[in-house]
Design a protein around this ligand. Sequence first.
Ligand code: SAM
Length: 211
Amino acid sequence: MEPKGQEILIRALELNGTGKRVLNAMKKVPRHLFVPEDMQSVAYADTPLPIGHDQTISAPHMVAIMCDLLEITEGMTILEIGSGSGYNAAVMAELVGKNGNIYTIERIPELAELARSNLERAGYSNVTVIHDDGSCGLPEHAPYERITVTSAAPEVPQPLREQLANNGIMVVPVGTRHQNLVIVRKDNEGNINYRTWGEVIFVPLIGKYGF
Ligand code: SAM
């Protein structure tokens, strides 16, 4: 464990403008439990790290930005596409608390298993990891108050737009070489509004509504 590394990271995120609730959630999640054995010394570095199968655990500042944009409150039901290590799901689990639910979908079976065991080891029981093509969403538990996509799509996937609840927010990186983080908001009548946050770099969303 590297508590000092975590302290420095949290301070840096605070200086970056990360919101209080997200900072507190990230303080509680032991990132080293979501990082491979041979990367423990850099577990709290603000950088993406390899987790196998050509995939990464996202950089902490990106997790913080996406969670802030989602305006997550207690008790929400959230869908994540791209479980990877399970770290982002753990941060969101802290934000929704015991009465909330996180569903997270991963297309690579070994990573779905990794996320499941990391989350269990870290003590998160309100996260369900599903092995499937997340570009189609998860209709059986829809609608979702928040949806977060942690890989880049060619466009905002249609099923995810449909599975977003009224008054819901989705964040999704869109594009190929130049990706933009798109914020999708649905109003209380179901009308959709799009806004872009800025440029980001993510691995591609592979699937029916992905690449
Ligand atoms: N959220 C993760 C974390 O906290 O460690 C990091 C996610 S990583 C940047 C992107 C993940 O999206 C990869 O694990 C990749 O396999 C997954 N992915 C790509 N296309 C997918 C799809 N159609 N459905 C589900 N997962 C997908």
